[in-house]
Design a protein around this ligand. Structure first.
Ligand code: NAP
Length: 237
């Protein structure tokens, strides 16, 4: 392993997390975390290896405090460190507050916000001890500007912006509309409406997010911390 950096990407099995994992693998050994998509995570690892990098897939439900403790603890024990943590795992269960179930509120908060807290908490000790660490959180413009029908999602993503700003380099990316399975399900009318609000007149790609995440994970960004960076084609400016 030499002195390769160790990177953990939560929700690295699909979409944005997958692209971030593939990009970071150009420089680091990547732990591709997944929860349900075992085969997709294995495919990401194969893609990384085919490109000459190295990675492994590890299952962990980030919403579980206990699973995260073991997940992060095992990696630190094996490698002695985690250099980069990307808190990307996320879900949405949209609905108007009046009809939103307690379960749909809790599961989104637990995965998106508590999951981010869990991983930061367990990774912090080793990063502080090693006096090195890059934490990159993936929020959303819904967490900055709100969005009808996304009370749970917006609250979880706003909470991420408020989380832990003072451990090593901690920065938050705020993607706008990025083309993944999460946004595929939206109808054409909704997509047209969103597109009309994007000054750059196109949707973002997972690669766009991966490029910024790779910069924030690198030593080129060593003097940037506590920042919230929009990546939304200008939707919020
Ligand atoms: P996606 O295609 O639906 O992928 C979600 C990823 O999160 C999957 O890899 C999934 O893994 C993982 N995940 C979900 N619940 C998990 C859990 N409990 N534990 C571990 N992993 C879990 O979504 P995406 O569009 O790539 O979104 C990635 C992140 O960007 C999310 O945080 C999302 O909120 C944020 N974001 C997306 C957009 C957008 O336009 N797409 C915009 C702003 C922010 P499994 O399938 O293995 O469970």
């Amino acid at each position: 392993m030499d002195n390769k950096k160790i990177a953990v990407v939560t929700g690295g099995s699909r979409g944005i997390g997958k692209e971030i994992a593939v990009k970071l693998a150009e420089e680091a050994y990547v732990i591709v975390n997944y929860n349900g998509s075992e085969e997709k995570a294995a495919q990401v690892v194969r893609e990384i290896k085919d490109k000459g990098g190295n990675a492994e897939a590890v299952k962990c439900n980030v919403a579980s405090f206990k699973e995260c403790e073991k997940f992060i603890g095992d990696i630190v024990e094996r490698f002695g460190k985690i250099d980069i943590l990307v808190n990307n795992a996320g879900i949405n269960k949209d609905g108007l507050i009046l009809s939103m179930s307690e379960e749909d509120f809790d599961s989104v908060i637990n995965t998106n916000l508590k999951g981010t807290f869990n991983c930061i908490k367990f990774v912090s000790k080793s990063m502080i001890k090693n006096r090195y660490g890059k934490i990159i959180n993936i929020s959303s413009i819904s967490g900055v500007a709100g969005n009808p029908g996304q009370a749970n999602y917006a609250a979880s993503k706003a909470g991420i912006i408020g989380l832990a700003k003072r451990i090593i380099n901690v920065n938050t990316i705020v993607p706008g509309f990025i083309m993944t399975e999460m946004t595929d399900v939206l109808g054409d009318k909704v997509k047209e409406n969103i597109l009309s609000q994007i000054p750059l007149k196109r949707f973002g790609t997972p690669q766009n997010v991966a490029e910024l995440a790779a910069f924030l994970a690198s030593d080129k960004s060593s003097y940037i911390t506590g920042q919230v960076i929009n990546l939304d084609g200008g939707m919020i400016m």
